[in-house]
Design a protein around this ligand. Structure first.
Ligand code: R5P
Length: 310
């Protein structure tokens, strides 16, 4: 097997290779003067089981093109099987038509990856589980919950905790975490009037005197999280900590988190953290390298991936 990486998340690719104990594949992924992407695979891949690691995070379109072109290069170089390893699948929030004459971009991106020549997809905490069905090739959707639960047990006393979903859509994820750390569950009922804005309506469940652990798949502007944290504190919560898989953190999100009442925000390295994230006083990054590395290894050995979550 061979694992190659685009430019989105080389640190994670290196950690995954270290876990599997293979060298990172030698590839040149660069730009021409006009910013077109150019890829050269610098080693023989004929008949090999190849993995391409790329998160389609900011700049999403550039990283998506790198992924597509790397898959094409491997296919034309006669790789036996190509698995797109996409820890953060961008465009996932465009998974349905929010209004007339709007696209379903998540499906379009899934089609593009398949058409480029991927045989399989390995991804993590898809925004909506049904996006798995947008791919007509085998797709494994890993869950960060075991990694997050381990970190919670190592760093927090879970005796007085309440796991909280910041919206109704995240209840299944929150329930999975609550079960793992043996905690109660409550929900923040969120209404969003305009895209990019969020408004907390009310807290379902008694959070007074509780140390709340908010869990979500994505933090982007930070609006959902900060509003939910505020609602919980107004409802009598003692403290609010957040565990979120994908730290998109666009615009002024890092500053917003820094000045919020959050005790701590824990994200994973599904998206390569910026310097601002790494130096923020209340943001911590946990790695999903071993989880993804194990899933890659098992895929290569044709072993069960779902049993990773038993
Ligand atoms: C929404 O359904 C997602 O699960 C996240 O809650 C949302 O994308 C977070 O976005 P923001 O940080 O911009 O509120």
């Amino acid at each position: 097997m061979k694992l190659f990486a685009g430019n989105s998340n080389r640190h994670l690719a290196e950690r995954i290779c270290k876990y599997i104990d293979i060298p990172l594949g030698n590839a040149n992924v660069r730009r021409f003067a006009d910013q077109e992407v150019f890829v050269e695979i610098l080693e023989n891949v004929r008949g090999e089981d190849c993995y391409v690691l790329q998160s389609t995070a900011y700049p999403a379109n550039d990283h998506l093109m790198e992924l597509l072109i790397m898959i094409d290069a491997l296919r034309r170089a006669s790789a036996r099987r190509i698995t797109a390893v996409i820890p953060y699948f961008g465009y996932a929030r465009q998974d349905r038509k929010p209004g007339p004459r709007t696209p379903i971009s998540a499906k379009l991106v899934a089609n593009m990856i398949t058409t480029a020549g991927a045989d399989r997809v390995l991804t993590l905490d898809l925004h909506a589980a049904q996006i798995q069905g947008f791919f007509d090739i085998p797709t494994d959707n890993l869950f960060a919950v075991p990694v997050l639960a381990r970190d919670i047990k190592e760093n927090y006393n879970t005796e007085n905790t309440m796991v909280v979903s910041p919206d109704v859509g995240g209840v299944i994820r929150a329930r999975a975490l609550a079960k793992r750390i043996d905690s109660l569950l409550s929900i923040v009922d969120k209404r969003r009037d305009k895209p990019g804005e969020s408004e907390v309506m009310n807290v379902i469940g008694d959070v007074s005197g509780k140390d709340c652990l908010l869990i979500d798949d994505i933090i982007d502007s930070g609006g959902t999280l900060c509003n939910a944290a505020e609602a919980l504190l107004n409802s009598g919560a003692t403290s609010v900590t957040a565990y979120i898989t994908h730290g998109v953190l666009s615009g002024g999100a890092v500053a917003r988190i820094a000045s919020s009442k959050l005790k701590e925000l824990v994200i994973t390295d599904s998206i390569q953290p910026t310097a601002a994230i790494e130096t923020a006083h209340n943001i911590r990054v946990v790695s999903i390298a071993d989880l993804v590395g194990e899933a890659v290894k098992r895929t290569s050995l044709e072993a069960s991936v779902s049993s990773l979550f038993d």
